[in-house]
Design a protein around this ligand. Sequence first.
Ligand code: ADP
Ligand code: MG
Length: 698
Amino acid sequence: MANLNEVFGCMVFSDHVMKQRLPKETYKLLQQTIKKGQPLDIGVANVVANAMKDWAIEKGATHYTHWFQPMTGITAEKHDSFIAPTNDGRVLMEFSGSELVRGEPDASSFPSGGIRATFEARGYTVWDPTSAAFVKGKTLYIPTAFCSYTGEALDAKTPLLRSMEALSRQAMRILRLFGNTDASSVVSTVGPEQEYFLIDKAMYEKRKDLIYCGRTLFGSRPPKGQELEDQYFASIKTRVAAFMNELNEELWKLGVLAKTEHNEVAPAQHELAPIFSKTNIAVDHNHLTMELLQRIAKKYDMICLLHEKPFEGINGSGKHNNWSIATDTGVNLLDPGTTPHENAQFLLFLAAVIKAVDEYQDLLRISVASAGNDHRLGANEAPPAIVSVFLGDELTGVVESITNGSSYDAKVKTLMKIGVDVLPPFPRDTTDRNRTSPFAFTGNKFEFRMVGSAMSIAEANTNLNTAVAESLRIFADELEKAADFNATLQKLVRETLKAHKRIIFNGNNYDEAWVAEAEKRGLLNLKTTPDALPHLLKEKNVKLFETHGVFSHTELHSRYDIAMEKYCKVLNIEAVTMTKMSKARILPAVTAYSKELAETANAKKALMGNEADVTYETTLISKISALTTALWKNTVALEEALEKTEALTDITEKAFSYKDLVIPAMAEVRSAADALELLTSKKHWPFPTYGDLLYSVI
Ligand code: ADP
Ligand code: MG
């Protein structure tokens, strides 16, 4: 590999490149757009577009695309070439400011939740200059937001950007009250840790469930799973290491700060963590990471599975969304600091987060709700569907001292006085201990661990930013009119922590007892996607998003419909795949095996008469026969459940029917099939087993 310094960001139209290539005045004006959101003059856009095009062509690009994030959960792109014909039959390479700033993809097939039907058929993309353009393959990628002609957001990025603005607006009010005059904005920062599985491509191709659904619908547990815990941080296999090297290099070229990689707990499971960045950039980079993971794996004859639960009984994959807020001057607002003044400010922001998580538990749960993640949340390796906050013993001690007036330091028996006392240091290793918490404070940031491995992190951060902006808004309203700032601050922190203490839980979240305890505390336990989604339209949530200009009522409704529809579609694909695999593959295979057993028994009898011992064959045949009947009946029952469900027209009813009728019917099919797998010869079983899949990469 070439010098890392030369490789990193070499395909990015970065600030560094812009400084070099843009006229001084243009650069300055563009910076004002990037930093302050001021509209970009078309003349300036023309100059930027031209410089961008020249640079991209040097990097081998022939095309450009407006890269956007429609509500499919993945990214979309349509490539246009730079060529423009000249009068004398040749071509020029052209790219104008208006092409840079605005695009019009043929957007009619992207989900809109009815928005485009009611308003205007077309949508358009607008350049997001805060996320740098880059060249990938032969194309210049321009990160954009995607809206309808009437301005409704049709993507995941627009609301995210709006939520970042809302958070900045409210946080700045607080900072000014604390006498901060140098910061001019506040950003949320995110470092998403990405988990994934790698399996052999040849094995994958033999499994229709993996091909169509990204997860296995059948498969009994292999003799060896993860019980020996010999995979976590184990030395990385040569093929996987080669893949990771190439992946890193490609990510670095695109300016993605891929930093850490290691084997995860489950066999064939791995993790990649980047260094954190501004949230909208982290979202873009995480999309690139997911895409490159899948593309580069194929070059090594492997398939990267991003699904949240590819294998039953084996750990699923998540995405740990490390989140914090910082000033544009680089001060992390969730860092406790070392002086009473810094500590006081930290405690106020901490209280804001705790209040936000408690009041908007449902929105955090909704932001990670998907058919795939339903298999993971609440299974025994992932955080449960109950949202709670882990603070660690030290910080909890401080919170208790503030709320009860008890001493937080046993030795000196002092009470915590905000704005006067200095907090005790919180050693990182102790705050990071609880791996079971869905929302854990880890020293200077929170780690939201419920996000699914296959999903965009945009929604989680949109909801989190907005909820925290709301706490800060309420705080700022109160503090701005306070006669005595310190006394009001003290009271505000104490009362907020007191009111929202129930959300703090430092114990084991995987423990059954927590479910009962959480219920006693009145916390929500929204177990599945259909249980969670209807909360999106609750009045308090509509009001929250409207107050901060993040979602209009129409936009929220459209998102609800899209999410419910997606849930139904995913389950439909899974159920149909299951019935096909059962009828076309498993039933014929076990029948053929039974026939072979029967023929063997008959041959033995023909040869040896009454002497023949056919116990093995007949016992096995009768067991297989009983299970075959069960599998057949269960498959028919699944088809019936599916038919009934598909006939429903109301999307909410339909989603619940998938959950209550189809999923249990699928479990029955699987149970009979998995039992058959254990009785059937390897030669007859129609596809690779869990053992084959999980230990396929050597
Ligand atoms: P670990 O959780 O494995 O101990 P770290 O705490 O160093 O590792 O980082 C985990 C992730 O959190 C990384 O992606 C890191 O960049 C990110 N992170 C660290 N600080 C912040 C921050 N202030 N805001 C957002 N993410 C952060
Ligand atoms: Mg982590």
